[in-house]
Design a protein around this ligand. Structure first.
Ligand code: CMC
Length: 431
């Protein structure tokens, strides 16, 4: 726990409380209110956790004003440029970049777990034939606890490690199977001679009748998408994983809870929603109509892929993703695509519009990742499953950190109750 170097004074109702202030290694100081209720008899009120740190962590740091994202201290743009996803997984899980030997060992452990239990194929077949891949993933990942009993004991460090490796290794296989199932094609088994991203692309796009030649530029873009989404400190789905895990639930159940939370359009579902919105806009001349709607207080419409709770300057992931999008689009020569034209024009207009400038709304990572995934050939329904597969390592790293934290307690927020006070039951004939 960070040291308390000074205190904050809180006075109310004739009481004065001295609250310890904790200094982090980076970011604003934190007022420690853990004893507030015991000593002052009051709660704090912070729906949406806009001013509340829910845990201490050493994994990821974001400075939203500077547009900075660090994994274990390393800037995301350096990792996206110089590293690759499995190395980033090692860094997130164990805290340091691996030596060559550690990396080889880690990658071979991941590679040896890429297949799923054969009986899981039957489990997939229980879903409706056109199930959304996210629906399938929530169910299948939750069901892993039924298939892998030997790695569900959270008190055994070895089992925790095996569960982590299994989840990272099998998630591409499960996401690809969910996709294949949704389009009525046979499942494709993983190939362990391919790297993580190429293996995933092949499991999605090859069919028994025709193999899929993985283009290295596409596989690099895919790997970058994984890297850029790998962790993002205490976002909604990660907090969900931690909250689920705080009760002692097994890791597969916790990650399934994270996937369910990620699905929402304000979070991981935004990449799917962003591309659907670009298609709905359809042509450049309709953009002003949508910009007007986004500004209208009485219209719930928002420009999907714009804005972020934490980044109020720019999203550093979006910068790298934009560069990747240009590479992929150049390779595939899809510059005339109407969706892309709408995206480019919308980006230009929004970046120069007073409403968006004042509210600090910039294109976020999901704006560009959707464009890349579309160009690679993924349907929008696969965008959020790909986010889920990338974020799995972050969820696991955060879950493991929580389990090892001696100050960890079951997550149990309090409330500001504004309902009826106690009253007597009224018989039905008197209501
Ligand atoms: N389009 C139009 N107006 C917006 C948008 C938008 N995309 N985002 C925020 N605003 C306005 C909002 O109406 C509000 O205006 P006012 O102050 O006049 O009431 C102001 O900006 C602040 O919005 P907020 O809802 O208080 O901000 P938040 O921090 O709670 O929301 C957000 C962050 C990401 C949920 C929101 O910007 C949004 O809904 N964006 C679209 C969905 C999206 O792209 N999500 C992906 C986030 S990146 C991936 C991830 O990390 O999960």
């Amino acid at each position: 726990m960070a040291d308390a170097k000074q205190t904050a004074t809180l006075s109310f109702d004739g009481k004065t409380l001295e609250l310890p202030m904790l200094s982090p290694t980076a970011g604003p100081d934190v007022i420690d209110i853990r004893k507030l209720y015991a000593q002052g008899g009051v709660f704090t009120f912070d729906p949406g956790f806009t001013s509340t740190a829910s845990c201490q962590s050493t994994i990821t740091f974001i400075d939203g004003d500077k547009g900075e994202l660090l994994y274990r201290g390393y800037p995301i743009d350096q990792l996206a440029e110089k590293s690759h996803f499995l190395e980033v997984c090692y860094l997130l899980l164990y805290g340091e970049l691996p030596t060559a030997e550690e990396q080889e060992d880690f990658e071979s452990r991941i590679t040896n777990h890429t297949m799923v239990h054969e009986q899981m194929h039957n489990f997939f077949r229980g879903f409706r034939r056109d199930a959304h891949p996210m629906a399938t993933m929530v169910g299948v990942v939750g069901a892993m606890s039924a298939f892998y009993h030997d790695s569900t004991d959270i008190n055994d460090p070895y089992q925790r490690e095996v569960a982590s490796i299994r989840l990272i290794a099998k998630m591409p296989t499960i996401a690809a199977m969910a996709y294949k199932y949704s389009i009525g094609q046979p499942f494709v088994y993983p190939r362990n001679d391919l790297d993580y991203a190429s293996n995933f692309l092949r499991m999605c796009f090859s069919v028994p009748a025709e193999d899929y030649e993985v283009n290295p530029i596409l596989s690099r873009a895919m790997d970058r998408i994984f890297t850029l989404h790998a962790d993002h400190e205490q976002n909604a789905s990660t907090s969900t994983v931690r909250l689920a895990g705080s009760s002692g639930a097994n890791p597969f159940a916790c990650i399934a809870a994270g996937i369910a939370c990620l699905w929402g359009p304000a979070h991981g579902g935004a990449n799917e929603a962003a591309l659907n919105m670009l298609r709905e806009i359809g042509s450049v001349d309709r953009i002003p109509e949508y910009i007007k709607r986004a500004k209208d207080k009485n219209d719930p419409f928002r420009l999907m892929g714009f804005g972020h709770r934490v980044y109020k300057n720019f999203d550093p992931r979006a910068r790298v993703m934009k560069q990747s999008a240009d590479e992929v689009l150049d390779l595939l020569g899809v510059h005339d695509n109407p969706t892309l034209q709408v995206a480019k024009e919308l980006e230009k207009i929004a970046l120069n519009d007073d409403y968006f400038i004042e509210k600090k709304l910039y294109p976020n990572v999901d704006f560009y990742s959707g464009i890349i995934l579309d160009a690679i050939g993924f349907p929008t329904s696969m965008f959020t499953p790909i986010f889920a597969l990338s974020r799995t390592v972050g969820w696991i790293a955060q879950w493991k950190e929580m389990i090892g934290d001696p100050t960890q307690k079951i997550g149990r927020p309090r409330q500001l109750y504004v309902g009826k006070t106690m009253r007597d039951y009224v018989d039905v004939e008197k209501r």
